[in-house]
Design a binder for this molecule. Sequence first.
Ligand SMILES: [Mn+2]
Length: 362
Amino acid sequence: MVTADNQQEGINTLVAQSDSDLTGAFQALNEALTSAGRILLSTHENPDGDGLGSLLAMCEYLKSLGKDCRALITSPMPEPYRFLDPHSWVERFDATRDEAWLAGCDLALDFDLADFRRLGAVGAALKRHAITLATIDHHPPAAYNHGEQEPDYSYVVVDSNAPAAGLLVWRFLKIYSQSPLTATMAQALYTALVTDTGSFKYDNTNVEAHQMAIDLLETGLRPYEIHKQIFERRSHTQIRLLGKLLENIEYSDDQSIGWCVLTAEHLAQVGARLEDIEGFSEFIRAIDGVEVAALITELTPERTKVSLRSKGRVSINDVAKRLGGGGHAFASGIVMEKPWRQVLELLLPLLEAKLAGHGKSG
Ligand SMILES: [Mn+2]
């Protein structure tokens, strides 16, 4: 159901709840984009294929409409996704250079965000200048961390059944774009889709994911060319880090929980960076008998990142939320301001309790 709260206080908020009828929300967003002159696009810190693919497809569309549109993110552009951005539209936000431009925006549209804090410096600047906010997302509302600092969104397009935010962008473009998808748009959207569905493997893969794939392939897109760019570019550093992971996987007594701690020292020993860890938590989940996988990464002595993955018997985003994070039912994350040992002590009992409540064997 689409509910419109736009009668209240002049706020035009449209929220779709757990189904895919986004007609009203899309329409409101389309009107906002059409009337805006200057539009900022962004996505979360450490952006992934979904955030960047969604953003770049929309960026190309808006530029084709003649909009003064820029893509500013709080993190550097990750190397594996540079091929999506032949014109280098994605820029790392630089307050000195960009704040004056940002202050003149009519609208800021973010993708795949879930938590406003994940906009980093871009979000802080948007708040300073009270820019009108819009989001296209597929995180379940329960995963949202509405801190006190969370600003009001004027346009909300959220469908938690969508396997990727990019699927919502694809739907939007199929309705409103007057021209067919270009090769670069199709490539960006396909990347969003394959990264968030684990190449059509994960539980979120549905009929529409495949319908979208058909539509994108009909533009002439070559899936393997994209697959190679994203999934077959493991660096030697990454393989050495994978070695560290394999040496350090631990299990609960019944082996239903598998976890690994990668410390700053492990990373330093092989010369790896944090982005080299991408995909490792799925690797632990793939082990026979493991129901829940946790990858604990030491960011600093006082800051720890946790990636949680579930095989589907139990959801883990409630555990993530209890510790201050969030995400999808079977793929969630947390960044905690604690040393990794403390994080592990808090996390493991919560996961054990979760699995105990669902029967550990069978
Ligand atoms: Mn996503």
